[in-house]
Write a protein of this length. Structure first.
Length: 327
């Protein structure tokens, strides 16, 4: 498809049947990704989306780009592999909080250390929606959603805190019902040179009857606000929060301010950019220092077989090094 034809979000939509529940917060995130791709004028063949397992993992089927629907919890290793093999692609990983913070937790930590130039969008609803609403790692201690026989007995993982501690160089949070704001965050995350992590508060109206659209919107607090809802979600930028690391000497200060903000929850829930630091070398640049041809001839464009399918790679030196020789 020619670039000039790809200007509208609907150009990034597929005709795959969507089976999300009515009112699911996933719809807002899907739409904002399509809006962001359109605004960035990214041709579909330049974008690869990777997902794990869960309701949100179906997102890649609804967006007209390359897509890999991989195993539970393995979204980040696969996404990183795609980016490493073909650094010219824009890589966007998507998945739920169970997928990313539970079984995928170790991959989440190690993605921060590497700082590949990609975006990971976490659909964060506090439950395992696809399997009938069990408590996920981001559900707060003591909260009892409708599928739980008892209040949640575990402390919650804080994805923003964990991303900062792991070394993510861009960390943000959006809200799936604030589509314009979320779209701007996705654009920022894609443009960021380095590993960008975006936590998205995504109500699951079917299984999470506590953190609902009405709860985030503060409809239960109208009597404190002259009869009008008093939203719990607020924007960091509206309070002049500056997430930018302008100079490496500011890293500690900016990270600690972001960590402090990440602890806010309940009556005030911040969304926006918590941290942005482009002073850390990206993984691709580190590889290029060792392999000068990495960006010009990355693995994805290298010829691996001859006309008869015969491998072109000479492994003899490697095998020779691995051979244990009798002493
Ligand atoms: Fe959305 Fe929840 Fe339904 Fe899954 S179970 S599609 S997260 S509303």
């Amino acid at each position: 498809m020619a670039l000039e034809q790809i200007l509208k979000p609907q150009d990034y939509a597929t005709d795959v049947h969507n089976d999300w529940c009515p009112g699911c917060g996933d719809f807002g995130i899907l739409r904002t990704i399509q809006m962001a791709l359109a605004e960035l004028k990214l041709d579909p063949y330049r974008v690869a989306m990777v997902s794990g397992i869960g309701c949100s993992a179906k997102t890649i089927h609804y967006i007209k780009t390359y897509g890999v629907h991989t195993l539970h919890g393995r979204v980040l290793p696969v996404a990183q592999g795609v980016k490493l093999a073909n650094p010219g692609l824009e890589v966007v990983a998507v998945g739920g909080d169970g997928d990313g913070m539970g079984i995928g937790g170790a991959h989440f930590v190690n993605a921060g250390r590497r700082n590949l130039d990609m975006l990971y969008v976490l659909f964060d609803n506090g439950v395992y929606g696809l399997t009938k609403g069990q408590a996920s790692p981001t559900l707060k201690l003591g909260v009892q959603t409708k599928s739980l026989a008892h209040p949640n007995i575990n402390e919650a993982v804080n994805p923003i805190w964990l991303a900062l501690a792991a070394g993510a160089t861009w960390v943000g949070r959006g809200y799936s019902y604030d589509v314009k704001h979320l779209k701007d965050l996705i654009i920022q995350g894609i443009r960021h040179r380095g590993y960008a992590f975006l936590d998205v508060l995504q109500p699951c109206p079917t299984y999470n009857d506590i953190n609902t659209k009405e709860w985030y919107g503060g409809e239960d607090r109208a009597e404190m606000n002259g009869g009008r809802p008093l939203p719990r979600v607020y924007k960091l930028e509206a309070e002049a929060f500056d997430p930018e690391v302008h100079d490496p000497s500011e890293i500690e200060l900016k990270a600690s301010k972001a960590l402090e903000k990440s602890l806010e929850w309940g009556d005030r829930i911040p969304i926006g950019v918590f941290y942005r630091n482009e002073h850390v070398p990206i993984y691709g640049d580190r590889i290029q220092q060792r392999i000068p041809t990495y960006y010009t001839t990355p693995p994805a464009v290298q010829t691996i077989a001859g006309p008869r399918g015969e491998p072109l790679t000479d492994l003899s030196k490697l095998l020779d090094r691995l051979t244990i020789k009798p002493s």
